[in-house]
Design a protein around this ligand. Sequence first.
Ligand code: MN
Length: 193
Amino acid sequence: MTHNLPKLPYEINELTPYISVETFEYHYGKHHKAYIDNLNNLIIWTEFENLSLEEIIKKAPAWGVFNNAAQVWNHTFYFSWFTPNSTKIPMKKTLELINRDFGSFENFKELFNKSATSNFGSGWTWLVLNKEWKLEIINTSNAWNILTMEDKKALLTCDVWEHAYYIDTRNSRPKYLENFWNIIDWEKIESFL
Ligand code: MN
C-alpha cells in the first residue's frame, strides 16, 4: 500500500496571516511529504507493507517506521483541523465539556498554551477525551501520538516542532499559538463528540 500526501480541506493561501503560504510550502509540501516518502520507502518488502497507517503505528517498534508513520498521522490530523472560516469559539457540546473540565474557554486556552510552550524540544500538544469522557491536555515528544494510548481519543493537536512556526513567528512559540486559535475548525471537533 502506498501512502499519499492528503489533500487539505482549504487552499494554502487561505489561512494567511495566521499561517503563511511559505510555511505551508515547507511544513506541508516538504516536511509532511518527506515523512510520507520515507514511510513508503521503509515499508517496502516488510511486514508493514500492506497495513493501514493506524495499524503500522500500533505495531511498529519505536524506530524509523514508527516515527515516520506517526508523523504522517500527526500532520494529517493537525492540518485537517484548520479552516479559514473558524468560529474561533467552541460549539455547544465542546464548550460544555471545556467549561466543566477547565472552568472556561479562556482558562482552557491558557492551560493549553502553557502546556505547549513548556513542551520541551520537539513534540505535540493535544486536547483529548479519555474513557471517563473527561478532557485532558497532554504533551507528547517527537513523533509520539494519541493512537498509542488506548484510553484516549484526540480532539485537537498543535505541532510545536520549530519547523511549524520558525518561518512565520521565528523563535516565538507563544505568537504561533496566538495565531493557532484563529483557525481551529470547532465544528469538526463538535462532530467527534
Ligand atoms: Mn510538523
